[in-house]
Design a protein around this ligand. Sequence first.
Ligand SMILES: [Zn+2]
Length: 207
Amino acid sequence: MKILLISDKVVEHIYSNNIADRLSDISFVISCGDLPAYYLEFIVSTLNKPLFYVLGNHDINKIYTEGGIKSGLPEGCINLDQKVIEYNGVILMGLEGSMRYSGGDYQYSEAQMCRKINRLKPALYKNKIFKKRYVDIVVTHAPPFKVHDGKDLCHTGFKCFNDFIKKYKPKYLVHGHVHTYGTANNWETTINDTKVINAYGYRIIEI
Ligand SMILES: [Zn+2]
């Protein structure tokens, strides 16, 4: 099964009317954040496949118009934050946001992110009992600590993601937030049983 990952940057190759033909073998789409709602709405309506997303630190949830405040969230897409969802036999969970650096929306301290994970534990344990695994794909905006992350506070990864990988052994942790240029940066790292993938721009994974 092929899954399209997108994050952080609008890519012309994807923002194109012929994706329905070119990407017809994609089962569903995952967005790792910091992308405009119109881009996600275009993909979900053109590809006609489900799109699961988490928000990033640059996303906005409100648009101020003459007629009042409108939701800035993408329509027809599924917000995965702090949820565990099974689709087509693949168990997904999502954790939005980045490290807290300026107090804006979708920024969390290490302790706050830890609490977000704790709230998902009942669902994860239920999966372990009935489906023999906790989760297949963890969708985040920020990376784990010292894995593809940056040195500044905004781009520092979360240590609780590293602990999560070791304990719950997902097949993938896919994230965005860290911009890669050419082949200079690592965008795929394997930690024990988990492939950590930076989805910056777009990637296609198979599961
Ligand atoms: Zn970001």
